[in-house]
Design a protein around this ligand. Structure first.
Ligand SMILES: O=C(O)CCC(=O)C(=O)O
Ligand SMILES: [Fe+2]
Length: 189
C-alpha cells in the first residue's frame, strides 16, 4: 500500500512535481550544530576538477559507503523534526542511509538519478553563501533553491537531478560552500 500520510503542504507539491520543499524545518543554530558534529565524517565527493565528471553512486550494501551519521540519528530533534515535517511515522536508522555532502568552490554534481532508496530527504545544513552563484539542487534542469534548515522531499531515483556549479569562491562558517545531509529511506512511497 502506498503511504498517503503526507500533510497538505507536502501533498500539493508532491502531486504536481513529485518533490516538495518544506521550509524552515530546522533552525540555523541546529543545522550549524549538526554540521559541526558531522565534520569528521568522510563526504561523498562530488566533482573532479579537470577530469570527466562522474558521481559515484553507492548502495546499501557497498563497503564504500560513508559511515552512518550516528550522532545525528541519535539526536531526537533530527528524526522527530523530519517525522513532523513529512508526516512519515516511525522514521529510524533501520532501512535508511544517511550521509553528508560538503561542497567546495567549483564543485558541481552532474545530472544523475540515485541508484537506491524509495524516498529521499535532503536537509540543507548550510546554504551557499551566494545562492545566486550556484550550489543549488537542480531537478530536471530546474533550480530548487534551499535555505539552511529547509528539507527537500523527493524521489531521487526517479527525478534526474544534480547541483549547479558553485561559482562563488566564498566559504561559509563551516569552511565549506554548502553542506547537505541526505536521508534515504525505503518503504512504500
Ligand atoms: O546536494 C545536492 O543538492 C544533491 C545531492 C545528491 O544528488 C546526492 O547526494 O545524491
Ligand atoms: Fe543524487
Amino acid at each position: 500500500m502506498q503511504f498517503d500520510g503526507f500533510p497538505d503542504h507536502v501533498r500539493v507539491d508532491w502531486a504536481r512535481s513529485r518533490y516538495s520543499v518544506i521550509r524552515d524545518v530546522f533552525t540555523r543554530a541546529t543545522c550549524a550544530g549538526w554540521e559541526l558534529e558531522t565534520r569528521h565524517l568522510p563526504t561523498r565527493q562530488t566533482c573532479f576538477p579537470g577530469h570527466p565528471q562522474r558521481w559515484a553512486e553507492t548502495s546499501y550494501s557497498g563497503s564504500d559507503w560513508a559511515p552512518p551519521c550516528d550522532g545525528l540519528i541519535a539526536d531526537p530533534r533530527f528524526l522527530g523534526g523530519l517525522g513532523r515535517a513529512t508526516g512519515i511515522p516511525g522514521l529510524s536508522a533501520e532501512g535508511s542511509m544517511t550521509w553528508i555532502n560538503r561542497y567546495q568552490p567549483g564543485d558541481e554534481v552532474p545530472e544523475h538519478v540515485d541508484a537506491d532508496g524509495d524516498l529521499q530527504l535532503l536537509i540543507c545544513l548550510q546554504a551557499p553563501p551566494e545562492p545566486q552563484r550556484g550550489g543549488q539542487t537542480m531537478i530536471q534542469g530546474r533550480e530548487v533553491p534551499l535555505a539552511t534548515g529547509d528539507v527537500l522531499l523527493w524521489k531521487a531515483t526517479l527525478l534526474p537531478h544534480g547541483m549547479s556549479r558553485i561559482e562563488s569562491p566564498r566559504l561559509g562558517e563551516s569552511g565549506a560552500s554548502r553542506v547537505v545531509c541526505v536521508f534515504r529511506l525505503r518503504g512504500a512511497f
